[in-house]
Design a protein. Structure first.
Length: 158
């Protein structure tokens, strides 16, 4: 094995592990912010006028739990491929909803986690969601992580 391949493999392990943990923390933060402000989250879904009241209520409570579970899986590196694929799927759904809101000229806050400014429906929001989708798909493809419980499980099976 060449020296460059070893160096890339070493850097790749750290790079993808850090990306996995950061995306997991983003999902964890997103779920907690939705739990803490569930009424605003429900209002933002209702303002889209895409779903029935019953489905809106289901989505209001399901999305934060899904984000919490996927975030914890990514942070701890447990079922990483499953979590990354499903997190990527959520990004596609969120991008579609954002595009729909832009198309229907719905203004307002999307209730996404934002650290400094309010995230509203817009093209930069879609770009961010596509970036997160691609990052999750790269996590799903790569299986070479450090700091992951998947490694312990894989080693025990051998």
């Amino acid at each position: 094995m060449s020296n460059n391949k070893i160096k890339f493999s070493f850097i790749g392990k750290y790079f993808f592990s850090i990306i996995r943990i950061l995306i997991g923390l983003l999902f964890l933060y997103s779920s907690i912010s939705k739990f803490l402000n569930i009424v605003c989250f429900r209002y933002s879904i209702m303002s889209l006028k895409m779903f029935s009241f019953e489905l809106t209520m289901f989505i209001t409570y399901a999305i934060p739990w899904i984000e919490l579970i996927l975030g914890l899986f990514l942070i701890f590196g447990l079922f990483t491929r499953f979590a990354a694929i499903h997190a990527g799927g959520l990004m596609i759904i969120f991008a579609f909803v954002t595009y729909y809101a832009m198309w229907m000229n719905i203004s307002g806050d999307c209730n996404c986690p934002s650290f400094f400014v309010s995230m509203s429906y817009g093209i930069w929001h879609i770009v961010l969601l596509i970036f997160l989708f691609i990052s999750n798909m790269l996590l799903a493809i790569n299986r070479n992580y450090i700091w992951a419980l998947d490694n312990i499980i894989r080693d025990r099976k051998k």
